[in-house]
Design a protein around this ligand. Structure first.
Ligand code: CUK
Ligand code: CUA
Length: 672
């Protein structure tokens, strides 16, 4: 009896699935019969009875057994998901689809104590736009750092579409370390994507504006408006983007949408799809076509093909202009030096996804039922051949029949494509609300028995899938167990909680071959609209359980100069109207427990957690002063403020850290 759902033995699970599914079929046929006595040895009657009582189908049972994570067991995969309008990043276990953490990125995050007086304030200030505080973001595309085209689990990057910013998250402590405002651009989209060794974090543009987002009338769109793709140089040792070694390339004012870096055979190149080669500027109120029609008039837009290794050489040779504090390679230079080529893509494309070996680039049709597959080899041959026509800005356009490898008809609204280890590609079909599995050709053709470049299965999802993500899916060697459909609508999937409904992460089993994809689980996301997510094998992550030593500053990832290591060193010092406090934090005391200052004092307050026990986190909130920190074991943080309000204020620990947690408090008396 006890072997049911044995935790150690997978074959028993599988056996159990089959057996239980069989029982369900039987018990469905005899619906009025209690299934209490299954007659199958080793299977508890209560499990079958429960399944019958709940009306679970064999598919439901399969999904449950695939995703259930018994207490104490860990997910084999971790999903790093954008948080959409929340401005944050979410960390989710796969396949259990349990939310593990919300990482504060562009928006203050109280639980992490991010943006309420501690070092997070400085990180957030890095993203102010010309000094204006912007305390939210529209995160779209997270990207995990890579080494040799594999996720290395060290860092994650994410863009803010709304304000053209990029953030760096250190995966040792899952905290945001840097936000940087992209110079010269006011919005972005096609980032963050890394090159195969994270030499650069790429941030592609979206809606064109004059460089520096200076004023220019829309009538001057064609002459004055431009796009910019940014190559952020990432310094792995410092764990920061280095703007002085980064550069931008000026592009025509098409709306470059999504970019992906080449890998393996195509390492050194970047590919971005685009739309609005029509240069539509809206103005329905003036009798112009509205944007949604104006941008869809042409039969083709342009896939952008960018040679970033050569662009790096041009940057290093000094052939650029400094604008807004960053090197900009001008459009004419990019054309003259052969950094930029176009090739046509059918009707308002979406997505650009490089295959694991770098041989092909897949672009979704969005308004065309096909995905178009470009061959990198053919692109290179077409470039070498030369003598191309150009677009209106002088960029060479490689003919489609010279660059295209295949077109595969999948259905309505193909957007984004990911890959597995069996030679299949998976494309989200927004209008069909389906995941399409199809076969790659070329070197992938013998990985499965199906005919190359053909649609194998369309799995319905609920509803309107945007992105799709696969385990290790953007690497040179993707996994093959799961994809997650990032579905935009969830109407009727969850309990009604009012008109704003959650999005729906739908876990799909892709472990079989052929038409065997199965929908396993729906996870509501009620915190914003995530666009993209990446899924990394959990064993690639090496996060800390506690900070490396007492007095660690997560802001610099180094020992904090004002850390103290014992409560005897705790003290308050006054120098004129500057008060400096060195405080220790440990179960279940703040030392000192009383802080007496005067109204108008400038206060610098250093707090060090003396804890070494994993999970012994303390909070620190000063009521009425908008100060709130999370002090994880070993962490030191400094807050600074002016005591502008006299009165009696409490500070207390916000984490239930011990039986004496409620006693973990102090008084800050501010004398008028
Ligand atoms: S875009 Cu959202 S579904 Cu911002 Cu990646 Cu395609
Ligand atoms: Cu420390 Cu509660």
């Amino acid at each position: 009896m006890e072997i049911f759902l044995s935790r150690k033995s997978l074959p028993i699970w599988l056996l159990t699935t089959v057996v239980l599914a069989g029982i369900l079929l039987v018990s469905c046929r005899n619906n009025n019969q209690p299934a209490a006595s299954s007659g199958v040895s080793g299977l508890p009657a209560d499990a079958a009875a429960l399944a019958t009582a709940r009306g679970l189908t064999p598919d439901d049972i399969y999904g449950a057994l695939k995703t259930y994570m018994p207490t104490g067991q860990h997910d084999p995969y971790i999903m790093i998901s954008s948080g959409g309008q929340s401005g944050q990043v979410y960390v989710i276990g796969v396949p259990s689809m349990r939310l593990l953490k919300a990482i504060g990125v562009f928006t203050p995050e109280p639980w992490q104590g991010y943006g309420y007086g501690g070092h997070g304030d400085k990180v957030l200030a890095g993203g102010f736009v010309d000094g204006k505080p912007i305390l939210w973001g529209d995160t779209h595309h997270p990207s995990i750092s890579e080494t040799n085209g594999e996720y290395d689990g060290q860092f994650a990057f994410i863009n803010d579409k709304a304000n053209a910013r990029i953030a760096v998250i250190d995966l040792r402590d899952f905290e945001t370390k840097q936000i940087i405002k992209t110079p010269n651009a006011i919005n972005d989209h096609g980032g963050a994507f890394v090159t195969p060794n994270t030499e650069y974090v790429i941030e592609g543009p979206q809606y064109a504006a004059p460089l520096g987002f200076e004023y220019a009338p829309l009538e001057e769109y064609a002459e004055k408006y431009r796009a910019l793709i940014t190559f952020w140089k990432f310094d792995r040792v410092a764990g920061r983007i280095d703007q002085s070694r980064s550069f931008q390339i000026e592009l025509p004012p098409y709306w470059q949408d999504l970019c992906d870096a080449g890998k393996k055979v195509s390492d050194g190149w970047v590919f971005c799809n685009s739309f609005n080669t029509e240069l539509a500027t809206g103005g329905i109120e003036l009798g112009n076509p509205p944007f949604e029609a104006g941008t869809a008039r042409n039969d083709t837009d342009y896939l952008h093909i960018i040679n970033w290794k050569k662009a790096e050489e041009i940057f290093q040779s000094g052939n650029y202009e400094m604008m807004g504090g960053i090197a900009v390679i001008r459009l004419q230079t990019a054309i003259d030096e052969g950094l930029l080529y176009f090739t046509p893509e059918p009707k308002s494309p979406h997505g650009a996804d490089v295959t694991p070996g770098g041989e092909y680039i897949v672009v979704g049709g969005k308004l065309d039922p096909h995905v178009t597959v470009y061959s990198f080899e053919k692109i290179m041959a077409a470039i070498a051949k030369g003598g191309h026509e150009t677009d209106q800005y002088g960029v060479p356009v490689l003919p489609l029949d010279a660059t295209m490898e295949a077109q595969v008809e999948l259905g309505l609204g193909p957007l984004h494509t990911v890959y597995d280890n069996k030679g299949y590609a998976y494309t989200s079909l927004f209008l069909d609300s389906a995941v399409a599995r199809w076969t790659l050709g070329g070197p992938y053709a013998n990985l499965n028995p199906d005919e190359p470049w053909s649609l194998i299965q369309k799995l319905p999802v609920h509803y309107n899938i945007g992105h799709i993500t696969a385990v290790e899916g953007d690497t040179a060697s993707p996994g093959g167990e799961f994809v997650v459909a990032l579905s935009k609508w969830s109407i009727d999937r969850f309990a009604n909680i009012g008109p704003l409904m959650p999005q729906n992460f739908q876990l799909v089993d892709i472990s079989g071959t052929g038409a065997q994809m199965r929908l396993l689980y729906d996870m509501p996301i009620g915190v914003g609209e995530p666009h993209y997510a990446q899924i990394i094998r959990a064993d690639r992550l090496k996060p800390w359980q506690v900070y490396p030593e007492i007095g660690w500053d997560p802001g610099t990832m180094a020992p904090h100069p004002n850390a103290i290591t014992s409560s005897e060193q705790a003290r308050v010092e006054r120098n004129g109207n500057h008060v400096e406090i060195w405080m220790t934090v440990v179960r279940s005391h703040f030392y000192p427990e009383r802080v007496e200052i005067k109204q108008g004092d400038h206060v610098t307050w250093h707090l060090t957690s003396l804890e070494r026990t994993p999970d012994a986190t303390h909070g620190f909130a000063i009521s009425g002063y908008n100060i709130n920190l999370s002090l994880e074991p070993g962490e030191t943080q400094t807050i600074e403020f002016v005591a502008d309000r006299s009165g009696t204020f409490t500070y207390y620990c916000t984490e239930f850290c011990s039986a004496l947690h409620l006693e973990m408090l102090g008084y800050m008396l501010v004398e008028p």
